[in-house]
Every structure is written in structure tokens, then in C-alpha cells.
Design a protein around this ligand. Structure first.
Ligand SMILES: [Ca+2]
Length: 136
């Protein structure tokens, strides 16, 4: 009986461990995003690997080739973002800083646009829509 209880406890702990392993790693995002930059990834949770990196405002992300994107550029391809700059950044769904936008405070990051605040924007429609960014 004692053995069975221990086994049951072990099984019950597995889903929790899996959740922890799959949870977005803020440390990983910070580590892979250079200082004083805006970083973005093709997938949620700062994946995969090395991010796209910009330093300032950019009116059109079609200027940034990225072979892993369906568009061939970072335009309409971004699923998670990080801001290591000292000021707020804004990401817009249209070129030239137009259309629907979300802000990203200095030092903040969003692993999944669909997630509820404060983790996300509660905006699944923002996924793969970013076309420009404005910041200091
Ligand atoms: Ca767009």
C-alpha cells in the first residue's frame, strides 16, 4: 500500500514537471536578446534559438529577410517578443507604424500574444501580424 501511494504521488507530479519544463523561460529570452534591443521570434516562447534583433524604429519588416518565415522576411511572422531597451516599444500590424498596436515596456517580454495579461495581450489575432516597430 505504501508503495502504491508513493507511485501515485510520483505520477501526479509528472504533469507539473512537464508544465515547468514547457513554461516560457524569461532567462532564456533575456540571454538570447542582446542589450538595448528589440528581439522577436518565429514561434511562441522565444523559440527557436537566435532571435531577430533591431535597435530602433523600423517602418517595414519586409526589409529584414528571414528564411524560416513563410513571407521570406520577418513581416507577418513574429510570435514572441522581448524588449531590452530602456524605453517602451510599440509593435504595429501595418507598415509605417500604422494599424493595431501593442506596447512592450522596457525590460518586458511577451511569450505568447494569446495569453492573458500580464503574461500576454489576450490577442491571438496579433500573431504573425507585426509589420513595424516604433521605439526610442
Ligand atoms: Ca502585418
Amino acid at each position: 500500500m505504501r508503495t502504491r501511494n508513493v507511485l501515485a504521488a510520483g505520477i501526479a507530479a509528472l504533469p507539473l514537471l512537464s508544465m515547468l519544463a514547457a513554461a516560457p523561460s524569461a532567462e532564456a529570452a533575456t540571454a538570447s536578446c542582446p542589450a538595448d534591443s528589440l528581439c522577436f521570434w518565429v514561434d511562441t516562447n522565444y523559440s527557436p534559438g537566435a532571435p531577430g534583433v533591431v535597435k530602433h524604429s523600423n517602418p517595414n519588416f519586409t526589409a529584414f529577410p528571414h528564411s524560416a518565415c513563410q513571407t521570406g522576411t520577418w513581416n507577418d511572422c513574429i510570435s514572441s517578443i522581448a524588449n531590452t531597451k530602456g524605453c517602451t516599444a510599440y509593435f504595429h500590424v501595418d507598415a509605417n507604424y500604422r494599424g493595431h498596436s501593442h506596447s512592450l515596456a522596457a525590460g518586458d517580454r511577451v511569450p505568447n500574444f494569446a495569453a492573458q495579461p500580464p503574461t500576454g495581450y489576450n490577442d491571438p489575432g496579433f500573431n504573425d501580424k507585426i509589420s513595424s516597430d516604433s521605439t526610442c
